[in-house]
Design a protein around this ligand. Sequence first.
Ligand code: GLN
Length: 449
Amino acid sequence: MSSIEEFASMEKGREYYQKLVEELERLNERVHAFNNINHGISSGFPFSAKDNLCVKGVETTASSKVLSGYMPPYNATVIKRLFSKGFSFLGKTNMDEFGFGSFGINAPEIARNPFDERYVAGGSSSGAAVATSILKYHVAIAESTGGSIATPASFCGVVGFTPTYGTVSRYGLIDYSNSMDKIGVMARVAKDIKPIFDLIRGADGYDSTTTNSPITSINKKRLIVIDQLIGLVDQRIRSLFEKLLDKLNSMGYSIEHRSLDMIDASIASYYIIAMAEASTNLARYTGFKYGLKVENFEKGYNEFFTDARSAFGEEAKRRILLGTFVRSANVRDKYYFKALKVKDLLFNKLNEILKEGFIIMPVMPIPTPRIDDARKLTPLQVYKMDALTIPPNLCGFPHISFPYGYDNGLPVGAQVITSKFNDYSIINFVEEWEENFEYKFKYNIGEVR
Ligand code: GLN
């Protein structure tokens, strides 16, 4: 039984939701999972939305000061679809500003790992993962461009599903990189993911990249490890991962190894494309249309826009500069167009491998870092941490991350990737995994006793 069905079968009155919100509010002061909490919730299964998804009349900032006070006048398609089936909005979850980051530290308030608050929750959907980890009955609607669902899900010990690009409408999403942004789902168990995915996916007249392609569930019982990717992984994670492979082998999966020599090129390609698109998307924040209003019209042109755009965080500014550079006329062949070629090449190579079976790998090459240590990393060091999450994200392949162990009391996750539109197969794979492994949670807010 999914926890959605379990929840529906239980008696709950108004007091249940009051208590839920009170307890959540209290813990949120420490873990910063939510940017805002809906105190009006009084029925239905609770869901949260990453703060880059528009919910009508609810402040939506993508954790950016530039958008402070922005109240969308409409609901994103995913939100509309959830409302149509009686799901209830619990609040907006914290994130790295505009989705720029891997550790949740590029935000005004840093989300904390619920297993140990000195550690990061992962990013960019940091709050979605923390919320899922602390709430007993809840699903999170999150978004991934280059790993923002898999990474935080892995650090917080929950299941993170990123669907095939184009299956879920992006209408009402604050764009980061339109050609790669994917709205997905985090839940405590894989069983809760399929019903939500089925509800939110499907063609939408407001997003021309969406399709109604049938979703399949083909599982060849073969797991493929890409040697160069595993080669990047820290020894501690690697030995835990080897044990996972042994366990999966005993569950009837064969393990095979393949070689793929494009890791550095794929990281570079991802960041060039992502920043190029981000720099055009951020051009609309000029201080008079959305969010922050700069009303000093006596100032000169340059001064006015300098004021308006100084509200961006450091990482956003870096991406505006680099993104504008890589697509400028004199260098775009060298960077932007080359990056698109690398993406095509990588897609073809991975697509061939995926015809043989699922690709499996850890999510992050390092154990969960402390917040202090993550802050010491240079931007380039942070970008390189995405080596394992970039390949499926750059190419739009569906992938799912799941907890498979605990190291020093902190969860560790792995991910499986499959061919486009074979999304059900990997959700089923994690359902099968869950029958043999017990997930741990530190909090159970909303538990019915
Ligand atoms: N860490 C990656 C980046 O900063 C991915 C983030 C995301 O998926 N939104 O671009």
